[in-house]
Ligand binder design. Structure first.
Ligand SMILES: *[C@@H]1O[C@H](CO)[C@@H](O)[C@H](O)[C@H]1NC(C)=O
Ligand SMILES: *[C@@H]1O[C@H](CO)[C@@H](O)[C@H](O)[C@H]1NC(C)=O
Ligand SMILES: *[C@@H]1O[C@H](CO)[C@@H](O)[C@H](O)[C@H]1NC(C)=O
Length: 478
């Protein structure tokens, strides 16, 4: 009797394990068009769907799924075509919204510890699926890499290690070497922020100020080992809002994640020039704790403007631009520390948090970046729900107004707030495709969102797989 039940249970868990594993390892094939770069041929084949019966639709979806799965398995692993400055090649940028990984503290309950541990691998699963499937040219994490700005250097370092190795499966030897150079007496990572502050002060004193914000034609930070470019953005949970952001925050972010403000120009001087602009929107408006940090961000924007770049722009930044209530989930909100804030008196009246950039800052930033009226796209994070907005420019006044549609005949640019990759928001990846239209001589930017599922399905798969392995091995012995 027991044996019969055991057999049944084994069969059941094994079937569940097989089905759920097939699901998590082929999930993008269920939404092949949302989970692929834009390609005109594929779009056309989807047009006729509306007029189908339920059965026909089921057949269509199943065959579409199976076709996509088989295409993935028969794909030869991506050797990227060699680049030629004089020939435009498509831009394939994978944008990942706000992972916000949590930490484990001595008083964290065991179940939450397990959850935090598993979550790293859930996020890692999404990235490795997307990378294998899509072979992106660029990957950008849209800020809020971590869940809190109020952590010490050692915890910041430990989360960076998890972020780098578990989620993005990258080589950590660079980080290990940084720790060898920069640690306290117990060997724990510690940033020398005083040196950073002195260095920054000295640069701001010079005329012209000595900053190095720009790159040209960089497709990988490490071309021998990697054929895509990985970018980390600052978020309020990484460095704080401007009322919180200290030299320490900025120094450790830059040492482990790279610059917070930079541009990369591609194919400058050709008819198909384009650029990426990474902007630290945490340090655009205040009142800030460290005025100097904000000065650097504005210095960056002025330098960018002075480049007089004749090409298209992808702007990557964490905090979305100003919009009226009702356009996206978050509406405008500014909070300031109270004037009698006792816990940290030095923060009195400073900027405590913001949902958007203010209307005035929005105007200044957009006019500095999109002054050449070439088609562009803005990607932001912060609001976990995700949103799409059009910024319409009025050339006479230089004002930009946010709407759901293009209303300006002068110029407009689309802002995509990338839905978060956290489990609660279904583990999304954002796909930006840039294609150069050789007839109009303009870049065309498109965006789709590829959802996975809540983290529980991933957990379920891991648990039934273990269980079925266990039951199968018990079954062999009795
Ligand atoms: C970071 O990790 C190291 C090595 O595992 C550990 O000794 C240290 O206590 C961790 N830091 C914190 C703040 O937990
Ligand atoms: C990581 O990089 C270092 C130095 O570039 C290299 O020696 C090491 O083998 C790499 N590790 C892996 C796992 O690729
Ligand atoms: C972003 O962070 C990862 C992990 O630390 C690192 O490998 C990568 O080089 C960083 N990107 C830049 C531009 O520094």
């Amino acid at each position: 009797m027991l044996k019969v039940w055991l057999t049944r249970l084994t069969v059941l868990t094994t079937i569940l394990a097989i089905v759920s594993n097939i699901y998590i390892f082929t999930y993008p094939s269920i939404f092949p068009s949302e989970c692929s770069w834009r390609c005109s041929a594929r779009k056309a084949s989807l047009d006729a769907e509306d007029s189908l019966s339920a059965l026909d639709r089921a057949i269509l979806y199943t065959s579409r799924y199976l076709r996509d799965v088989s295409a993935q398995f028969s794909k030869v692993d991506g050797v990227k075509e060699s680049r030629d400055r004089n020939q435009p090649s498509d831009v394939h940028l994978l944008a990942l919204g706000d992972p916000q990984i949590k930490g484990i503290w001595p008083n964290t309950p065991y179940l939450s510890r397990l959850d935090t541990f598993g979550n790293d691998f859930y996020l890692g699963h999404i990235f490795s699926m997307m990378k294998k499937r899509l072979n992106p040219t660029h990957v950008a994490v849209m800020g809020d890499l971590f869940s809190s700005q109020w952590i010490g250097d050692s915890e910041f370092y430990n989360r960076t290690m998890r972020y780098t190795s578990r989620i993005f499966q990258r080589n950590v030897s660079v980080l290990e070497n940084i720790k060898k150079e920069s640690h306290d007496t117990n060997g724990q990572y510690q940033i020398d922020w005083v040196k950073f502050a002195d260095d920054l002060g000295a640069r701001l004193q010079q005329t012209p100020k000595k900053f190095d914000f720009g790159y040209e034609d960089v497709y990988s930070w490490d071309p021998v080992n990697e054929d895509y470019l990985f970018m980390n953005l600052t978020g309020n949970h990484d460095v704080g809002y401007s009322g919180d952001a200290t030299y320490q925050h900025m120094a450790r972010f830059q040492s482990l994640f790279g610059k917070d403000n930079y541009w990369i120009e591609y194919d400058r001087g050709t008819d198909h020039a384009w650029r990426i602009v990474v902007l630290n929107s945490m340090l655009l408006e205040g009142p800030p704790l460290q005025q100097e940090l904000m000065d650097v961000t504005w210095e960056f924007l002025y330098r960018l403007f002075e480049r007089r770049f004749e090409g298209s722009t992808i702007l990557l930044t964490h905090v979305p631009f100003y919009k009226k209530e009702g356009i996206c989930a978050d509406s405008e909100l500014f909070r300031y520390y109270p004037h009698d804030f006792q816990r940290e008196p030095y923060k009195q009246n400073l900027l405590r948090s913001q949902n958007h950039l203010s209307q005035g800052t929005t105007k200044r930033v957009l006019n500095l970046i999109f002054d050449n009226h070439k088609p562009g796209i803005i990607l932001t994070g912060h609001d976990h729900v995700g949103c799409e907005t059009i910024y319409n420019k009025d050339d006479k006044t230089g004002e930009w107004s946010a709407a759901k549609a293009v209303t300006s005949t002068d110029f407009s640019v689309r802002e995509i707030t990338v839905r978060s990759m956290m489990g609660e928001f279904h583990g999304n990846s954002g796909l930006v495709t840039g294609q150069f239209n050789t007839k109009t001589k303009l870049w065309e930017w498109s965006f789709t969102l590829c959802p996975f599922s809540v983290q529980h399905i991933w957990w379920f798969t891991k648990v039934v797989t273990l269980l079925s392995g266990l039951l199968l091995s018990i079954r062999v012995f009795i």
